[in-house]
Each structure stands twice: as structure tokens, then as C-alpha cells.
Design a protein. Structure first.
Length: 181
């Protein structure tokens, strides 16, 4: 059975929104984690917001340091979880889907399924028991209020087990969790 996995950048205080404003360091350990994530996954889940931002950007990306990711994301099957979009025809290999359909995706053939960006979708997947692994790249910074956190203050209790933890050379921590219930 395929796993649904997510890698998210976050701050010590749980902020996931606008990492360009607080992600001050990049290191080899983060690069290796993200490269490995692309190798182990052959499909991607996107929430509506991430789809709308990325569908106007990645299909037009040429060259540069993110060329490997652009190639992967553009050529991988993309499943966009949304109840408000009418279609996802703007980006090749995209299919509109629902949370209920993800169980069938997991039962299909293939490598793992990555959740790219989409922190709201990540929280929903975890709450519905559909997320198998959550990797947080915890940056040593407090972003403060006014930005979206991964989980709302009224999120239900959900126990997670630590799969692995690794400090990086820039002081971040790569922590991987799996639901323990």
C-alpha cells in the first residue's frame, strides 16, 4: 500500500505560512531530504490554494536551481483536493479529487504520494487518518502572530510517534512523525 507523506517547513512556534519570510538558512541535509522525497514519490496531492499558486508558476519555470523539482512536479500526476474548484485543466496531469478518494489512491499501484505545500490539506489528512508520515523541517526562528500555523487552536488531539529526528548544520531539526493511533 502506498503512503501519503508530507514535508513542511515550519518555525518553532508552528508557523507554516510564507516561509520566504522566515526561512533564513538552507543546508545540505534539507536538500538531501527533499531530493529523497522526490525519489520515493510518484504522485502529489495539492490543496486548492497551493494549486492556484503553483499552476501559474511551475509549468512556466525553465532552468535554475529548482529545475529538478519543476520537472518532477510538472510530470507527476497531481491530485487537487478541493470542493470549490470546477476544474484543474490549467496544469497538465492534474485531476480534481476529494478527501474520500485518497483512500483509493493509497490502495493503488505506485510509489508514495507526496503532499506538497498545502498545510490545510495536511491537517485535514491527519485528522481523517489519511496521512502516514509528517516530516517537519523546524527552523530555529519564532515567526510570531499573524501567520497561519499548521494546526488551528481547536484541532482535535492526535497522537504521533517520532520516527526520526536529525539536527542540521544550520540549527534546524528534521523531525519525522507517524500517527500512533
Amino acid at each position: 500500500m502506498r503512503k501519503v507523506v508530507s514535508v513542511l517547513f515550519t518555525t518553532v512556534d508552528g508557523v507554516v505560512e510564507s516561509p520566504d519570510q522566515w526561512q533564513f538558512a538552507w543546508d545540505d541535509e534539507m536538500a538531501a531530504l527533499l531530493a529523497g522525497s522526490l525519489e520515493r514519490c510518484d504522485a502529489v496531492l495539492l490543496g486548492r490554494g497551493t494549486y492556484e499558486m503553483w499552476s501559474g508558476y511551475w509549468p512556466n519555470y525553465t532552468g535554475g536551481e529548482d529545475a529538478a523539482f519543476a520537472d518532477w512536479i510538472n510530470n507527476s500526476p497531481k491530485y487537487v483536493v478541493s470542493s470549490t474548484l470546477d476544474n484543474v485543466d490549467d496544469w497538465q496531469n492534474s485531476t480534481l479529487t476529494t478527501l474520500a478518494d485518497i483512500k483509493h489512491l493509497k490502495e493503488g499501484e505506485g510509489k508514495d504520494i507526496s503532499v506538497s505545500g498545502s498545510p490545510g490539506l495536511v491537517a485535514s489528512l491527519l485528522a481523517e487518518g489519511l496521512l502516514d508520515e509528517l516530516t517537519l523541517l523546524i527552523n530555529p526562528v519564532v515567526a510570531g502572530g499573524g501567520r497561519k500555523k499548521l494546526f488551528s487552536d481547536d484541532a482535535a488531539l492526535k497522537k504521533l510517534g517520532l520516527v526520526s529526528a536529525q539536527p542540521t548544520s544550520t540549527g534546524a531539526i528534521i523531525a519525522t512523525y507517524a500517527p500512533s493511533e
